[in-house]
Design a protein around this ligand. Structure first.
Ligand code: GDP
Ligand code: MG
Length: 597
C-alpha cells in the first residue's frame, strides 16, 4: 500500500487537464507513443470534438521513482463541468491528492476554485501546477501569486509545466510520489469499496469503477451494493490500464473495475458502497447521494410516427446514462413525446446530440425549465411541477417555490458593473465580493436556477468579453412570485411555449418573446397573430404578415423523377418543423425564450 498513490486532476475547463494527463501516460510508458492520440482518456466522440471530459475514467500507471522504488499511480480523471459536480465529488473522494492545474495565461477561474474546495473538503494534498508556460501570454509571477493566495502554499511549491512541451512532467511525477500520502485503510477489515463511476459496454453490460477503502475484493465473491441493496457475483474484477486487466483480487488502497452482468445503468449508483455478503462492512461510505435531475424539457419526434423509436432510443441511452430520466407526456401542440430530466444544460445538449448521432432521431426540444413546487391549501406535500403547463390553476395555489443556487463568478474588475447588472436582472442577490488580486474579483450571488437555465451563460460571456467564469451549487428551494406566461398563435395557446416567469419580468418577457417568434416563424399564406397572455389577459401582441404570392407554386409541375428527388432530398434534410394547428413552427421558435436579446 505504501507504493500506491491515488490522485485526480482538477482544473477549469481548457486549462490543459487532458493534455497533461496524456503526457503523464506517455512518460510512464502506460501508453505507447504510437498509440497516442490526443486526449487518450476522452473516448466518447462528443468528448473529443468538444474537448471536454463528460465521463470520468481511471487509469493506472507504473512509475519508478528516483529512489529506485516502483510505484503504482492511479489517475482518476474527473469531468470538468458543473452539470456533473456530484461525479466530480465522488472521484475526488477516491483520491489522496489532486493536481490543481491553472493556465498561466488565464489565471484562476471559477471551476478552479469550486473543484479546489471539493478537494480540500476531502483533505486531499494539493499539488499546484502552473500550466501552459510555453504560451507567450503566460504570466507566471501574477498567477503564482494567485495560487499562493488561494491555497496558502509557498511559491516554490508551484510546479511550472507545459502539457505541450513536456516541461515539468518529471517534477509532477516526483511530487505525486513525495507529497501525496499513500492510501490508508485496513487490509484485514471486511470489504468496503466506493463506486466512483460506471460505464456501459455493449458486450459486458455495466462496468463499475471503485476504490477499495478497506479489505479486498476477490474474483467470484458474492458482493452487495449497499444503497441499491442489489447482490451480484464478481464475475470479473481487475485494474484499469489502457485496457481492463483482469486480476484475482484487488486490494486495499487500489482502484479497480467489476463486471457482474448488470444490464441497467441505474442499478449502479456513483457513491455507493460495495461489500461482500459473507462478511459485510459495518459502515457505508459517506457522501452518497441519489442525483436528481435539475433541468427538464420536452422531447418530441419531428415525425409523429417515430414516437416508439424515440422511446426505444431513450431507453438505450438510459442504459449507459443513469442520470437521464424520462416519462411520457403529451402536448396539445406537439402530440406525444417525453418529459426528460437532465443534470443541467450541457447534459441536455449531449443527450440531444447523441439521439441524433447514435440513433438518427430528429427531435424537437421545448424550453427547458427547472422543477417547481406548488403548495396547495390543505395539502402537506407540494405538487412537483416539471412542466409549466402542469401548474395547477393559480387561484388554487398558495405559493410556489423554485430552486436557488449560489453562483460564483470570477471576472476582471473592469467588468464588475456589467456582471452585477446582469445578475440583478436575473434576480440575483449579491452575497459576497472578494478581490483575488488587484484586478480579479470573485462575486457570489444567490439566484434562481431557472434564470441560469435561460440565456445566462451566453450573456455573462458577452458582457465580460469572455473574461468571466462561472460555477454554481444548489442551495435549496425558496418561495417566488412566479406566474405562467402563455403564448398563443392564431388565437390558440401553444402549450409547448408556456413558461413560468417571475411576475416582475412577465410583461417585458412577453413582449420580447412575441417579437422573437415573429422573427423565427416563417411567413405563411395567411396572417398569424402572436399573443402573450397571463391567464385570460393578453399582455403583448405581434403579427406575422401573410405571404404576398404563392411561392410554393414553383414546386409544382416538372417531371416525376425530379419531383421524387426533391421529395427525397426534403426527407433527408428533415427540417425540425412542426405543424401546430395550421402554423408551421421551426425548432428555434420553441426555444425562443432562450434567445432573447
Ligand atoms: P482540459 O479542458 O482542461 O482537458 O484542456 P485540454 O487538455 O483539452 O486543453 C485545452 C486546450 O489547450 C487545447 O487546445 C490544448 O491543445 C491546449 N493546451 C493544453 N495544454 C497546453 C500547453 O501546455 N500549452 C499550450 N500552448 N496549449 C495547451
Ligand atoms: Mg479535458
Amino acid at each position: 500500500m505504501k507504493h500506491i498513490r491515488n490522485f485526480c486532476i482538477i482544473a477549469h475547463i481548457d486549462h490543459g487537464k487532458s493534455t497533461l494527463a496524456d503526457r503523464l501516460l506517455q512518460t510512464t510508458n502506460t501508453i505507447a507513443d504510437r498509440d497516442m492520440k490526443n486526449q487518450a482518456l476522452d473516448d466518447m466522440d462528443i468528448e473529443r470534438e468538444r474537448g471536454i471530459t463528460i465521463k470520468s475514467h481511471a487509469i493506472q500507471m507504473d512509475y519508478t521513482h528516483s529512489d529506485g522504488e516502483k510505484y503504482v499511480l492511479n489517475l482518476i480523471d474527473t469531468p470538468g463541468h458543473v452539470d456533473f459536480s456530484y461525479e466530480v465529488s465522488r472521484s475526488i473522494a477516491a483520491c489522496e491528492g489532486a493536481l490543481l492545474i491553472v493556465d498561466a495565461a488565464q489565471g484562476i477561474e471559477a471551476q478552479t476554485i469550486s473543484n479546489l474546495y471539493l478537494a480540500l473538503e476531502n483533505d486531499l494534498e494539493i499539488i499546484p501546477i502552473l500550466n501552459k508556460m510555453d504560451l507567450p501570454g503566460a504570466q507566471p509571477e501574477e498567477v503564482t501569486d494567485q495560487i499562493v493566495e488561494l491555497i496558502g502554499c509557498r511559491p516554490e511549491d508551484v510546479i511550472p509545466a507545459s502539457g505541450k512541451t513536456g516541461l515539468g512532467v518529471q517534477a509532477i511525477l516526483n511530487a505525486i510520489v513525495e507529497r501525496i500520502e499513500p492510501p490508508k485503510g485496513n487490509p484485514d477489515a471486511p470489504l468496503q469499496a466506493m463506486i466512483f463511476d460506471s460505464v456501459f459496454n455493449s458486450f459486458r453490460g455495466i462496468i463499475a469503477y471503485y476504490r477499495v477503502l478497506n479489505g479486498k475484493i476477490k474474483k467470484g465473491d458474492r458482493v452487495k451494493f449497499v444503497n441499491t441493496k442489489k447482490e451480484y457475483y464478481a464475475d470479473e474484477i481487475g485494474i484499469l490500464r489502457m485496457t481492463m486487466e483482469p486480476r484475482k483480487e484487488v486490494l486495499t488502497g487500489d482502484v479497480g473495475y467489476i463486471i457482474s452482468g448488470i444490464k441497467k445503468a441505474n442499478e449502479v449508483k456513483v457513491g455507493d458502497t460495495i461489500t461482500t455478503t459473507a462478511n459485510p462492512c459495518l459502515d457505508v461510505v459517506q457522501g452518497f447521494e441519489d442525483v436528481k435531475p435539475m433541468v427538464f424539457a420536452g422531447l418530441y419526434p419531428v415525425d409523429t410516427d417515430e414516437y416508439e423509436e424515440l422511446r426505444a432510443s431513450l431507453e438505450k441511452l438510459q442504459l449507459n446514462d443513469a442520470s437521464l430520466v424520462f416519462e411520457p407526456e403529451s402536448s396539445m401542440a406537439l402530440g406525444f413525446g417525453f418529459r426528460c430530466g437532465f443534470l443541467g444544460m450541457l447534459h441536455m445538449e449531449i443527450i440531444q446530440e447523441r439521439l441524433e448521432r447514435e440513433f438518427d432521431m430528429t427531435v424537437i426540444t421545448t424550453v427547458p425549465n427547472v422543477s417547481y413546487k406548488a403548495y396547495l391549501p390543505k395539502e402537506n406535500e407540494p405538487k412537483i411541477v416539471n412542466n409549466p403547463s402542469e401548474l395547477p390553476d393559480p387561484s388554487k395555489v398558495d405559493y410556489i417555490e423554485e430552486p436557488f443556487i449560489n453562483a460564483q463568478i470570477i471576472t476582471k474588475s473592469e467588468y464588475i458593473g456589467q456582471v452585477m447588472s446582469l445578475c440583478i436582472e436575473k434576480r440575483g442577490n449579491l452575497k459576497n465580493q472578494v478581490y483575488l488580486t488587484q484586478n480579479r474579483v470573485e462575486l457570489t450571488f444567490e439566484m434562481p436556477l431557472g434564470e441560469i437555465v435561460f440565456d445566462f451563460y451566453d450573456k455573462l460571456k458577452s458582457c465580460s468579453r469572455g473574461y468571466a467564469s462561472f460555477d454554481y451549487h444548489p442551495i435549496g428551494y425558496q418561495q417566488s412570485d412566479l406566474i405562467k406566461l402563455d403564448l398563443l398563435l392564431n388565437g390558440d395557446p401553444v402549450d409547448a411555449l408556456s413558461a413560468l416567469v417571475h411576475r416582475s419580468n412577465a410583461y417585458e418577457l412577453g413582449k420580447k418573446i412575441c417579437l422573437k417568434l415573429k422573427e423565427l416563424i416563417p411567413r405563411q399564406q395567411f396572417e398569424i397573430p402572436i399573443q402573450a397572455a397571463i391567464g385570460a389577459k393578453v399582455i403583448a401582441r405581434e403579427t406575422i404578415k401573410a405571404l404576398r404570392k404563392d411561392v410554393t407554386a414553383k414546386c409544382y409541375g416538372g417531371d416525376i423523377s425530379r419531383k421524387r428527388k426533391l421529395l427525397e432530398k426534403q426527407k433527408k434534410g428533415k427540417k425540425r418543423m412542426r405543424q401546430v394547428g395550421n402554423v408551421e413552427i421551426p425548432q428555434e421558435a420553441f426555444l425562443a425564450v432562450l434567445k432573447l436579446d
